[in-house]
Design a protein around this ligand. Structure first.
Ligand code: ADP
Ligand code: MG
Length: 246
């Protein structure tokens, strides 16, 4: 069998804010087409981890590799990093003065210098994929939160990232809008998208995750297949967290 190499490799990642140590040496290998779900209490460093991976925060130690190539988080390299590693946030941050389709076209044309004639069909296909092709000419304010979040996901995808990071993308949504967004992510998983997902949606995580990582206080406490982490957690701290979360 061919040796499988990780798409994304996080090695001994450390992060401090002042005297406050947030990440205490985190190691994660993400393989191509794998879906990793990260759970853990508020304040455990989940968002900081994702933000460090795509260079929104500087790191204080450790390395991140993509395809065996060490990421240099220099200002000039950052733009390249963020094209390869996309991120979707809780707050979708669409450009309010642009239509949905214009939101999708902007970065591919400005940053990637791609021709409109090439991007437009892909952007329309992605809108179709997230169920919003009929909203192509609407403005963000005319859409529900869940619809805006689905546009934000399509906007990340149109850059053709190799890995997508999701940070609690359903947390700000009305409960009845959450399902549509989770369904889009489930569909991405079934299409083989490589994803690192931070979520409070335990049922979804169990469903869609190939591997579950439980973080607390800046370290990985436990990781494994969903049946084990959710069904038969090995660590008391995990059991305690899941009792309160489910
Ligand atoms: P989680 O996403 O798991 O809730 P975070 O990564 O947001 O956790 O936060 C982890 C810790 O880092 C928290 O104690 C938080 O207060 C702290 N923190 C996060 N961002 C900053 C920042 N920009 N400056 C100082 N402290 C921060
Ligand atoms: Mg967070």
């Amino acid at each position: 069998m061919e040796e499988r190499k990780p798409k994304l490799s996080i090695r001994n990642l450390q992060k401090q804010f002042g005297d406050n140590t947030i990440l205490r040496g985190v190691d994660i290998d993400v393989y191509s087409q794998e879906v990793i779900v990260i759970i853990g209490p508020s304040g455990s460093g989940k968002s900081t981890l994702l933000r460090c991976i795509n260079g929104l925060e500087s790191i204080n130690g450790g390395e991140v590799y993509i395809d065996d190539c060490k990421i240099e988080y220099t200002p000039s390299a950052l733009q390249q990093v963020r094209q390869r590693i996309g991120m979707v946030f809780q707050s979708y941050n669409l450009f309010p003065h642009l239509t949905v389709i214009e939101n999708l076209l902007l970065a591919p044309m400005k940053v990637q210098k791609r021709a409109k004639s090439e991007v437009l069909p892909q952007a329309r296909e992605l809108l179709e994929q997230v169920g919003l092709l009929d909203k192509a000419d609407s403005y963000p304010a005319q859409l529900s939160g869940g619809q805006q979040q689905r546009v934000a996901i399509a906007r990340s995808l149109v850059m053709n990232p190799e890995v997508l990071l999701f940070d609690e993308v359903t947390s700000a949504l009305d409960p009845e809008r959450v399902r549509d967004v989770l369904d889009v992510m489930k569909d991405l998983a079934s299409r083989g998208t490589t994803m690192l997902i931070v979520t409070h949606e335990m049922g979804f995580g169990r469903d869609v995750g190939d591997r579950i990582i439980f973080m607390d206080q800046g370290v990985i406490v436990e990781q494994g297949p969903p049946e084990v982490v959710f069904g038969n957690p090995q660590e008391e701290r995990t059991r305690q967290f899941l009792r309160n979360a489910m």
